[in-house]
Ligand binder design. Structure first.
Ligand code: 6PG
Length: 241
């Protein structure tokens, strides 16, 4: 596990963009395509915009496939739909082909939306286990990541899966990769800003106890890949090392 801590958010975003481009270029060189899982939430929007503008020439975007590690179960036109933020900030500005982008079809009933998304992902990997080149993750104040929220059923998933999960505190469904699916990735990067996340960062990076039911991001332990944390100094404030 690597932790990178920044004083300036702009510096963090520049380094994270360079990190993504390096992994993307290597994946394309070695395997002909870059399977890139985006995260939702607010933190990544400026990153996506910079990839589609400042860094546009640094990657062969025709060979990049975009996914979302989780989705809110709302209409695709709703401002809360992660796919809409992704579409506006990176997909449309890059002008990539429709077959390069995997959205969750939230017009289906929630369990079907998860099954349909899973099926399309597994088909993209020709039926093999999906090993993504890079999964970006955010983290909430209470250490949820993707839509792995404390005390939810998806935390018990013991295989690579996409599930719909009811999140009681939000009184809504989400569709999310399971932790075992995330853990297959070659690279995982967390993007975490702000003092409200400091306690969760401490609980996941320097845990006193292992309790993934309470701190779901503790489940993120890649089988053979790498985890890199991109933190601002506020989010990293409680770390001792
Ligand atoms: C979502 C997510 C979620 C997010 C965290 C952090 O759909 O909400 O993918 O896991 O990454 O809640 O979100 P912020 O960056 O907005 O704090």
């Amino acid at each position: 596990m690597t932790q990178l801590i920044y004083n300036e958010k702009s510096e963090l975003l520049d380094d994270l963009a360079a990190f993504i481009l390096k992994i993307g270029n290597e994946a394309i060189q070695e395997r002909g395509r870059f399977n890139f899982v985006l995260t939702g939430g607010n933190s990544p929007k400026a990153l996506y915009e910079s990839l589609a503008t400042t860094h546009r020439a640094a990657l062969d975007w025709d060979k990049v496939y975009f996914f979302l590690g989780d989705e809110r179960y709302v209409d695709p036109e709703d401002s809360q739909y992660n796919g809409l933020m992704v579409k506006n900030s990176i997909i449309e500005p890059l002008g990539v082909r429709a077959d390069q982008v995997f959205y969750v079809n939230t017009r289906l009933p929630h369990a079907e939306a998860a099954a349909d998304y899973k099926e399309r992902i597994f088909a993209h990997f020709n039926g093999d286990l999906p090993i993504f080149d890079l999964i970006l993750l955010g983290m909430g104040d209470e250490a949820h990541t993707a839509s792995l929220f404390p005390y939810t059923t998806i935390l018990n998933a013991d295989e690579a899966d996409v599930q719909s999960v009811y999140v009681e505190k939000l009184t809504t469904y989400r569709v999310s990769f399971s932790a075992p699916l995330i853990n297959l990735a070659r690279n995982i990067a967390f993007l975490v800003f702000g003092s409200s996340k400091a306690e969760a960062v401490k609980a996941v990076i320097e845990p006193l106890t292992k309790n993934p039911t309470l701190y779901p991001a503790q489940l993120i332990e890649p089988v053979s890949g790498n985890v890199t944390w991109f933190l601002d100094k506020e989010a990293a404030a409680m770390l001792t090392d």
